[in-house]
Design a protein. Sequence first.
Length: 268
Amino acid sequence: MKYDPIKKVLGDVVRENVLLRKLFYKLLGMMFLREWHVKRELRSLLGEKTPKRVYDAGCGFGQYSYYCASRFPHSTIYAVDVKDEQIEDCTKFFRKAGLSNASFSVEDLTQIQHENRFDLAISVDVMEHIPDDIGVFRNLYRSLRPGGKLLVNTPSDLGGSDAQGPEDESFIEEHARNGYGVEEIRTKLQSVGFSIDKIRFAYGPWGSIAWRLGIKYPMLLLNVSKAFFLLLPFYYLVTLPFTLLLMYLDYVGENKTGTGLVVVASKK
């Protein structure tokens, strides 16, 4: 299934209106369980009043840059994406929203040359798209100041991308890999110099069901026809309360397994 065409449709709807864009971010934050887990880590990493420089490495729509810039105004955010249109779009929105502590630039993470610049780098659902992941991890390590942190969210190899085995195709066609094993991502991060603070599973049994109800099935319908947008309010009227309950159970529980990984690592 292709996510990008659907994301483009949604982006086009909210692009020119600041209030709609903020509402869109709130909806993403409610519907995507990964945001619950990632924002919890961001609150922990950025909660102190000490100013910090944040590198949003693969910002996409800019929702995490917006969260950091608005929730932690003492921090400055430098956000990048490989897509020119995403950067242009985010730059315009943040200017209209009056958030001057965030800036945007087009960058290829396989080519970046930042040295000892950032206190925190975040990579949310990015690494599964990049074949040369070790090269990017090395670049991110170099970009951090000593003691800096890296926050990674990515599918696991235990059904991430809805693939049940290494030979299965990803539910999301833009992925270069289905996901990471715990030891695989630990080894790759350590190989470039990181020390591992934590690796946690997300999208455990409850979260995986919630993802199917809240994201997978609606996206499958929208890939058939955009006309299904008209039916989504009725679909979510029935399924949303149950979906949110399942997401909450995933968020507060300790998942022994899961289709997502949340990783925090430190530069030595």
